[in-house]
Design a protein. Structure first.
Length: 160
């Protein structure tokens, strides 16, 4: 069976180290990350994730997040290309993701252009929700991209 290619947005890294969310969310996030580290899944992050971590206001928290990313031993972060920017702009122009949240559109576009199976996120406001799933599916189909699934870590590890 083929390993799932999973793109992690910044919320996943944050939840893995969170102390202000449910214990279940932390545990299932760490289980997903451990599956990546063990080679059960192919995990990816992007330069957008790194930039968002670098913009964390607390130097202590920023250091913790970067150390966690480093121990997961990802390949080089995926880069934002012109194709990715164009696709993200399409998600925004079609009102799938609000313009004020361009990084969320970039996460989806990065996952799409790099042929991920799943974009894992805890972002229920703009990513993991029906409207976004159906809108992304429609745009991706229209433009000839493979469909990706937008889901929480819980949805990924429960299917094991």
């Amino acid at each position: 069976m083929k390993k799932l290619k999973i793109y992690l947005d910044t919320s996943i890294i944050n939840f893995a180290l969170a102390d202000d969310v449910s214990r279940e969310a932390v545990d299932v996030t760490r289980k997903l990350c451990e599956g990546i580290k063990q080679g059960k899944y192919d995990g990816f992050i992007s330069e957008v994730v790194i930039r968002e971590i670098m913009n964390t206001s607390s130097a202590t928290r920023r250091k913790q997040l970067l150390e966690y990313v480093n121990q997961l031993e990802f390949e080089e972060p995926l880069e934002v290309t012109d194709e990715i920017t164009s696709l993200a702009d399409k998600y925004i122009s079609e009102k799938i993701i609000p313009e004020a949240h361009k990084d969320d559109a970039l996460h989806v576009a990065i996952a799409t252009v790099n042929s991920m199976d799943i974009l894992a996120s805890w972002n229920f406001e703009h990513l993991v929700k029906h409207k976004t799933r159906t809108g992304v599916f429609g745009i991706n189909a229209l433009l000839g991209y493979k469909n990706i699934d937008l889901c929480t870590p819980k949805e990924v590890v429960e299917d094991e």
